[in-house]
Design a binder for this molecule. Structure first.
Ligand code: NAD
Length: 473
């Protein structure tokens, strides 16, 4: 059977109207039982080890990083959903305006139907499974297409899903662009895509052909602003952690730093110290650290290296790091100064462990520069100055912001997570995700009377007067 035929077959099994209806009308207990099966699966040691091994093979992620950045977010999402789902699924009664005497109104959250989830390679387990949990919570079927670049994890996900679900509810299609293209041609009810803005546009264009709704979790250049009032030691540690976690391959990693002139030397020193403290406490070399990851593949290694080389050729100074090993796909955490905006490193998302540092004098210089970039997924403000913090918040736009913290924009399920335009379309997390995967059907119910017949033709003057009164009221 060809790939296309197989993909169509799975889609048809899932989109069978009886199947969609049964899931749409399933109880919260049924949905929670399915979601809990994922929870129990990943808490089982041998399953955990298999997934962790796959993540090590794909990204050299340590088990500790697997626990903190791949498993824990999924487990916390499941706990939140299990706690809230009964409440989220209830019809939400809303007030009715004066023109609707005798009627009541409510929002019915019903499943959209068939969901397509396309995942990236950087957090390949978490970013395939957390949307799945919400898709199930909202009563949908789902096909997951994990990234082909993290093929070991894609396979581990496929094994897990086959064990836990019938394919009429959840299925995995492993593969790359041909498989994604075949899936995108099908009339899903919603597509949840996580990846680059470039491919996000391809997804949205394909979705438009079927008028399919989309959530696009994209990336871009997320800046960190560091002003002279901040505690430079702890700021440098936080930035170093954000930039080097998963070797800089995180959508909300600080892409570049804007540092106030009087804080520049202290920040550079603090960053160097933090890198050594995190990854080289015994002076054996950062490449020997079991806690430091690698670049996903040769293509991305060459891409990041080309950004570094271009910056150096155009005058950037390596303040720290700069060592690379192609065979091992290792790039040392690297800090660059003497940056100008024409360098490629200031134009493309870096998605690697290199931090360009741009000095600034006044807060106005910062916002003028940032507003020349597309709105980022995250913007970080490291400042103990209330006026500066408010100014930066009020004069920029971003999907999410942390003040005096880094990398936490997706952690609180009560906050919407997602980008703006180039960094994303739609918001996720907690009830935002549940709503994203639900059709919010507005329902009006006549309870008594029939006041509406007063506006049926033939029109009479008294009613016209009555409407004039309502307008004034
Ligand atoms: P990508 O856009 O290259 O690939 C993502 C997915 O799209 C993969 O499954 C891939 O197979 C598929 N794909 C690639 N080319 C395609 C095409 N032409 N047609 C159809 N499908 C195609 O992204 P990536 O390299 O996997 O991930 C890195 C990007 O993702 C970065 O920009 C990063 O910032 C972003 N990201 C965003 C979030 C978020 O939550 N907002 C999270 C992680 C990563």
């Amino acid at each position: 059977m060809s790939i296309n035929t197989e993909i169509k077959r799975i889609y048809e099994v899932q989109s069978n109207p009886k199947n969609v209806l049964a899931l749409r009308n399933s109880s919260y207990q049924d949905r929670i039982a399915k979601i809990k099966s994922i929870y129990n699966y990943i808490l089982n040691k041998s399953n955990h080890d298999r997934i962790a091994e796959a993540l090590y093979k794909d990204l050299r992620k340590s088990n500790e990083e697997v626990i903190t950045t791949e498993m824990t977010p999924v487990i916390l999402t499941i706990k939140e959903v299990c706690k809230k789902l009964k409440h989220w699924m209830k019809d939400e009664h809303v007030p009715s305006p004066v023109t609707m005497v005798g009627m009541s109104s409510f929002i019915k959250y019903e499943s959209k139907g068939n969901i397509l989830i396309i995942g990236p390679w950087n957090y390949p387990f978490q970013l395939a499974i957390y949307p799945l949990v919400y898709a199930i919570a909202a009563g949908n079927t789902a096909i997951i297409k994990p990234s082909e670049f993290s093929s070991n994890t894609a396979n581990a996900i496929s094994i897990m899903i086959k064990e836990l679900f019938d394919e009429n509810e959840v299925a995995v299609v492993e593969g790359g662009i041909p498989e994604a293209t075949a899936l995108l041609a099908l009339p899903f009810n919603h597509i949840h895509f996580t990846g680059s803005p470039k491919v996000g546009k391809i997804v949205m264009e394909a979705a438009a052909k079927n008028l399919t709704a989309v959530t696009l979790e994209l990336g871009g250049k997320s800046p960190v602003i560091i002003d002279g009032s901040t505690n430079l030691n702890s700021t440098a540690e936080k930035v170093c952690w954000g930039k080097t976690l998963n070797s800089g391959q995180t959508c909300i990693a600080p892409d570049f730093a804007l540092v106030q002139e009087n804080a520049l030397d202290g920040f550079v020193e603090g960053f160097k110290r933090a890198c050594e403290k995190f990854y080289d406490p015994n002076k054996k070399g950062i490449d020997q650290s079991k806690d430091y990851g690698r670049i996903i593949n040769d293509t991305n290694f060459d891409r990041v290296l080309a950004l570094l080389e271009d910056a150096k050729e155009n005058g950037a100074k390596v303040e720290f790091g700069g060592e690379v090993n192609k065979q091992d796909r290792y790039i040392q955490p690297t800090l660059l100064s003497n940056i100008n905006m024409e360098m490629k490193i200031m134009q493309d998302e870096i998605f690697g462990p290199i931090l360009p540092v741009v000095p600034f004098k006044n807060k106005e210089d910062v916002t003028e520069l940032l507003n020349s970039f597309p709105s980022p997924l995250a913007l970080y403000i490291m400042s103990n100055n209330k006026d500066n913090t408010k100014y930066f918040l009020d004069h920029t736009v971003a999907g999410g912001t942390c003040i005096n913290e880094l990398m936490l924009t997706s952690v609180n399920p009560h906050l919407p997570f997602g980008g703006v335009n180039n960094s994303g379309v739609g918001k996720t997390g907690g009830k935002h995700s549940f709503m994203d995967f639900s059709n919010q059907r507005g329902v009006i119910k006549r309870k008594y009377g029939n006041s509406i017949k007063l506006i049926y033709p033939p029109f009479n003057k008294q009613i016209f007067k009555y409407f004039q009164k309502i307008i004034k009221f």
